[in-house]
Write a protein that binds this ligand. Sequence first.
Ligand SMILES: NC(=O)c1ccc[n+]([C@@H]2O[C@H](COP(=O)([O-])OP(=O)(O)OC[C@H]3O[C@@H](n4cnc5c(N)ncnc54)[C@H](O)[C@@H]3O)[C@@H](O)[C@H]2O)c1
Length: 268
Amino acid sequence: MSTCSAIVAITGNSVSGSNSLDDVKGSSVVVITAGFPRKPGMSRSDLLKANADIVGPASEAVKKHAPNATVIVVTNPLDVMAYVAWRKTGFPKQRVLGMAGILDSTRFRAFVAMELGIAAPDVQAMVLGGHGDSMVPLPRYTTVGGIPITELMSKERIEALSQRTRDGGAEIVKLLKTGSAYYAPAMSAVEMVQAILRDEKRVIPCSVLLDGEYGMKGLFLGVPVVVGAAGVERVIELSLTAEEQAMLATSGKGVREMIEELALDAVA
Ligand SMILES: NC(=O)c1ccc[n+]([C@@H]2O[C@H](COP(=O)([O-])OP(=O)(O)OC[C@H]3O[C@@H](n4cnc5c(N)ncnc54)[C@H](O)[C@@H]3O)[C@@H](O)[C@H]2O)c1
């Protein structure tokens, strides 16, 4: 997704590239995309450690040079890297967000629109949980012009589209052959930046630090939030069925295990 070796600064209409983290100085929003996509032969654990070693120092530089910034993390594994950024910046939880749910729900929206032969902008979708195989698409909260898709599609088709959403990243990698998705992820990050800079109060699923919401605490996970000038202005707690809540808890467990694997508590 990145267009230069390290840092891209955007001020007004101008875009400049740099190799120095000092150039984030004074930024109001910093998007961290630095890091590796998972490559063949790379274990999940290798990726976790390699990217923590990149996102950690980048976050420390943000703390030093842009102490008032809101940070949007894109690097994978997303929910854990957002946690790393939060710990390393020491910023309040409102000012660290992970970009995932907006992309995953956009993919779900696209698949629903293609299936029904209707306009994608008329589809609203909600995808919660970790950004990975355990993400939780929520058909009950996915609508077409206000109509829940459960009224328009069979259970089997909804499950197939939900699974295609979970596999969306891998589907793109397979088509591209080299590299991972960049267009929709970049647009998703831009929408989040705009929501903050324009104080739009958008409702966007983002990976945020949970503090008891959805029965979880101390980890980043994708949930619907109101995004505005203050960053995460409010977490929206949806009522979930027992099955949905169990899927979300499983997703959270996977994220927590990765956080524990990094043993960040010892170094933060
Ligand atoms: N959250 C999402 O939905 C989502 C979507 C797409 C990609 N991603 C993730 O974003 C990350 C980047 O993906 P990409 O496709 O842009 O990869 P890429 O290889 O094209 O770009 C990575 C960039 O990071 C830079 N970099 C490496 N180490 C650095 C360091 N120490 N300091 C500063 N910059 C450094 C590299 O120079 C390179 O420009 C990956 O972890 C990928 O999995 C996440």
